[in-house]
Design a binder for this molecule. Structure first.
Ligand SMILES: NC(=O)c1ccc[n+]([C@@H]2O[C@H](COP(=O)([O-])OP(=O)(O)OC[C@H]3O[C@@H](n4cnc5c(N)ncnc54)[C@H](OP(=O)(O)O)[C@@H]3O)[C@@H](O)[C@H]2O)c1
Length: 395
């Protein structure tokens, strides 16, 4: 078997470091040819390059180029706007582990180069849906989701030949650290509490999103983008009415597909992102390294409950933005990135994240998502408006 050349954007983050584990576990199968990140954690990036010996190292921050060139003489250094996106030309598979809207250039460049995109960076697909869908039509382009829920659905759908027999998708949610609390009880929760996820260890932005259920809301929009198109155009023709969320605190079932005969197929494993990363790298084959294997002698129960949309209003807002379509998800995503950053900076209370999003969505102007420039412009306007709302309501 010839090895598959892999490029990794966002190598210093949670997804990035776990991707390096997966690659290291099967060195004859995966060859890391390029890696990159923002440039904020240079020592870690250099240590990664020394350990994994990629040909190319890229950073978004141009001012980091001189130090990287001096400390990594064996690597080609690329820096500045477009540096991470250029990694698409170095591999057959690009893992996009960048966080936030900043990951969009990597998503588009990979698909437009006709390569496989192993997508963890959900924000790019959510914010720029129509633009990414066009890029997916590039000959050779392929999108395999790394988000564990969508990876689970991707696997479940392979058990079925007829897309019209898919009844609904059921995304599971751990419920986060605040599951079961009322809105009143949530008024005084702290940053540390929001960052203490019960089942997953992830970067700070997605961990806060998990605590508000915005992560699940973004994943509903992501599921619609990934699987909503008609059969033959990547999807199975489902819409928002057929994408449900169920809270499942153990995070063992990563999502499910229900078919027209009421059969439900689920994917189960312990919570370990290296499984979906390995799946996206090895697809259509499977990784031979087990990550998250279940010990059935100790797994005693699987619980389920409906999400509380009163206490966790972000999920409701995400459904609304998803249904509105066009640039509405971009608007919501940008406002959410600003609100989460303000919460992590201690400027907003946790409950005010949803307040900022509701106020920002009230000001959404309905711009159609015609092209990339419009999406970028929408992202910037939404950030400005969310910033004004945050200024107004910050405690
Ligand atoms: N972590 C998980 O288990 C998990 C699960 C499912 C989906 N995801 C998704 O995967 C993505 C990454 O999440 P994460 O938890 O790995 O985040 P993270 O730990 O915060 O890591 C983010 C990575 O993105 C890089 N980055 C940040 N801003 C950048 C910019 N402007 N330009 C280029 N690179 C930039 C960071 O580089 P520096 O370190 O140099 O700043 C870092 O390598 C998110 O979209 C998240 O929703 C994550």
């Amino acid at each position: 078997m010839s090895s598959s050349r892999v490029a990794l954007a966002g190598s210093t983050g949670s997804i990035g470091t776990q991707t390096l584990d997966v690659i290291a576990a099967e060195p004859d199968r995966f060859e890391l040819t390029a890696l990159g990140a923002s440039g904020r954690k240079l020592d870690l990036l250099i240590a990664q390059a020394e350990a994994h010996r990629p040909k190319v190292v890229a950073v978004a921050d141009e001012t980091a180029a001189a130090e990287l060139t001096a400390r990594l003489p064996q690597c080609e250094i690329r820096a500045g706007d477009g540096a991470l996106a250029s990694l698409a030309n170095e591999a057959e598979v690009v893992v996009n582990g960048v966080v936030g809207f900043a990951g969009l250039p990597v998503t588009l460049a990979t698909l437009e180069a006709g390569q496989r995109l192993a997508l963890a960076n959900k924000e790019s697909l959510i914010a720029a849906g129509p633009v990414v869908q066009r890029a997916r039509r590039t000959p050779g382009a392929e999108l395999v989701p790394v988000d564990s829920e969508h990876c689970a659905i991707h696997q479940c759908l392979r058990a079925n030949d007829n897309p019209s027999r898919v009844e609904r998708l059921v995304l599971t949610a751990s419920g986060g650290p605040f599951r079961g609390r009322s809105r009143a009880e949530l008024e005084a929760v702290t940053i540390d509490e929001a960052l203490a996820h019960p089942t997953w260890s992830m970067g700070p932005k997605i961990t806060v999103d998990s605590s508000t259920l915005m992560n699940k809301g973004l994943e509903v929009i992501e599921a619609n983008e990934l699987f909503g198109a008609p059969a033959g155009d990547h999807g199975v023709g489902i819409g928002f009415d057929q994408i449900d969320v169920v809270v499942h605190p153990q995070s063992i079932i990563h999502s499910m597909v229900e078919f027209t005969d009421a059969a439900t197929i689920a994917q189960l494993s312990l919570p370990d992102m290296r499984l979906p990363i390995g799946y996206a790298l090895a697809y259509p084959d499977r990784s031979t390294t087990p990550f998250g294997r279940i010990d059935w002698s100790t797994l005693s129960r699987l619980d389920f409950e409906p999400p509380d949309l009163e206490a966790f209003g972000c999920l409701r807002l995400a459904y609304a933005a998803g249904r509105a379509g066009e640039t509405s998800p971009a608007w919501l995503n940008a406002a959410n990135e600003e609100a989460v950053a303000a919460f992590l900076a201690g400027r907003l209370r946790w409950t005010q994240i949803a307040d900022v999003l509701a106020a920002a969505l009230d000001l959404y102007d309905g711009t159609p998502a015609t092209d990339l420039e419009t999406v970028i412009d929408t992202d910037q306007r939404a950030r400005r408006i969310a910033g004004e709302v945050i200024e107004r309501i910050a405690s």
